[in-house]
Design a protein around this ligand. Structure first.
Ligand SMILES: NC(=O)c1ccc[n+]([C@@H]2O[C@H](COP(=O)([O-])OP(=O)(O)OC[C@H]3O[C@@H](n4cnc5c(N)ncnc54)[C@H](O)[C@@H]3O)[C@@H](O)[C@H]2O)c1
Length: 370
């Protein structure tokens, strides 16, 4: 089978380094890429019902030379649970998989997180491969090795750092993704520009962003490669989030508070909350005088130009400032009873503020709550 041209980004983690292969039609090179990392010819593909219906035949064809088992789960966040984990592990045991066989996640972030965690604990660790099918998963969740399920105490609280051996990104798979999900992924793309790549933000603002949202193949490949390189660079320096990796949470502390208010029933997607959270991080930075009002306005204008959510669209979830502050106090990044926030000095100049000014934050939240 002819292999489509791909861009390759390497996540540099010594003996756990791996390649991210990106391109339109990259799926046709999956078999060859697997042969390079494993001698086993058995592959467990874990996917969800939606992705299976749309793209199951394509991945089966790409793996025609392998003994492939397809494990199809219902779609949705509820799969990231003990029940979901048990079901995946049970399928692997029943089909007689060994540790040297490949466990492949074929879906969005839910399937990636669930399958990655299952792979990490299956016989103490099976070969894990990611073939992400949402924009969010292609630019964020499939790279970096965070895997997790949720429990009654919160999201992503049971998990492991477990790196894949390969990430293969076929941008053509995105052609079936609903527009709302595309926008949710875009929030994570613009985030990389706003953290420390101002020239990337300029390119997004000058038209690349619009190209991504209309799923232009060249715009997708180029922006996904830049995003994966940005994430790979941070992960290579700080695999387990002891320091600089926290920058990837730009907008996320605000976003998590909004998501808790919205519940996880689909009223607010994670990426939609992140888009608004990024706007809030810039607005708050301007308010406390560390960033110019002009930069905060530019970020808001960019998001609004692309019909991305900002704080102004979050009114249904901005009811009570004390409740939001309470949610922000629970954030996993916090330490020593202080709220950690990712703030910014300019476009592309984000920094970690380990002792956020709580009274300024409370005032800001009071002002934006209805
Ligand atoms: N591990 C990490 O570093 C990390 C980072 C960010 C987010 N996450 C996790 O990712 C999850 C969210 O991921 P998501 O936004 O991809 O959601 P998701 O996996 O639920 O996918 C969203 C929806 O799109 C559908 N879908 C997937 N691919 C499709 C395609 N090509 N065409 C049409 N429909 C398709 C899915 O069936 C689902 O209904 C959350 O659980 C979040 O916690 C993890």
């Amino acid at each position: 089978m002819k292999t489509a041209p791909t861009k390759t980004v390497t996540v540099d983690l010594a003996e756990r380094s791996y390649d991210i292969r990106i391109g339109a039609g990259a799926l046709s090179g999956l078999g060859e890429a697997l042969r390079a990392i494993t001698t086993s010819d058995r592959v467990a593909v874990v996917t969800d019902e939606t992705v299976h219906a749309l793209h199951g035949a394509a991945i089966a064809e790409a793996l025609a030379d392998f003994r492939t088992h397809m494990f199809v789960r219902p779609q949705g966040e509820a799969q990231k649970s003990m029940g979901g984990l048990d079901a995946v592990l049970d399928s692997l045991f029943r089909a007689g998989f060994d540790r040297g066989d490949t466990v492949l996640a074929f879906g969005g972030g839910v399937i990636g997180d669930l399958t990655g965690f299952a792979a990490s604990v299956f016989k103490r660790g099976a070969t894990f491969v990611q073939v992400p099918t949402t924009l969010l998963a292609q630019v964020d969740s499939s790279v970096g090795g965070k895997t997790a399920i949720n429990n009654a105490y919160g999201k992503n609280l049971v998990g492991a750092f477990y790196q894949p051996r390969l990430v293969l990104i076929d941008t053509e798979l995105l052609q079936t993704l609903p527009a709302r999900q595309v926008k949710a992924g875009y929030a994570e793309i613009v985030k990389y520009g706003l953290i420390d790549r101002p020239e990337f933000f300029e390119a997004l603002d000058a038209g690349l962003g619009a190209g991504i949202l209309s799923l232009e193949p060249d715009a997708l490949s180029s922006a996904i490669a830049t995003s994966c390189a940005a994430k790979a660079s941070v992960v290579s320096r700080d695999e387990r989030e002891g320091g600089v990796r926290a920058l990837l949470n730009l907008g996320h502390t605000f976003a998590h508070a909004l998501e808790l208010e919205a519940g996880y029933g689909g009223a607010l997607l994670h990426g939609e909350a992140v888009s608004a959270g990024i706007d809030m991080a810039y607005q708050f930075s301007a308010r406390i005088g560390v960033c110019s009002a002009a930069d905060a306005s530019r970020v808001r204008d960019h998001l609004q130009k692309l019909a991305m959510p900002t704080q102004l669209d979050m009114l249904p979830f901005l009811k009570d400032a004390d409740t939001l502050l309470g949610h922000m106090r629970q954030d996993k990044k916090n330490a020593g009873g202080r709220i950690t926030l990712i703030l910014t000095r300019a476009i592309g100049a984000a920094y970690i503020e380990r002792e956020a000014d709580e009274s300024a934050l409370a005032d800001y939240l009071k002002d934006i709550c209805t």
